[in-house]
Write a protein of this length. Sequence first.
Length: 85
Amino acid sequence: MKKLLVSIYKSSRRDEMYLYVQKQERLQKVPAPLLDMFGKEQHVMDLLLTPDRQLARAEADKVINDIETRGFYLQTPPSDPDTQH
């Protein structure tokens, strides 16, 4: 089973926007334009992420995959409930 130690950061510019990254890499792999849009990051927590872990608005397996392939996972604010999948 995949396990990943992640740090979660909250955006100072947009409510309910979060960046998940590998703890040891911090925000190094997040592209500069995204960091500019994200604003001042606020560290929320660190956690050990496994595919079966329950997250509020994301699938843990997708978060792990995005961090491994892109270096980060961006959780955006919820959209209109009628458009949720």
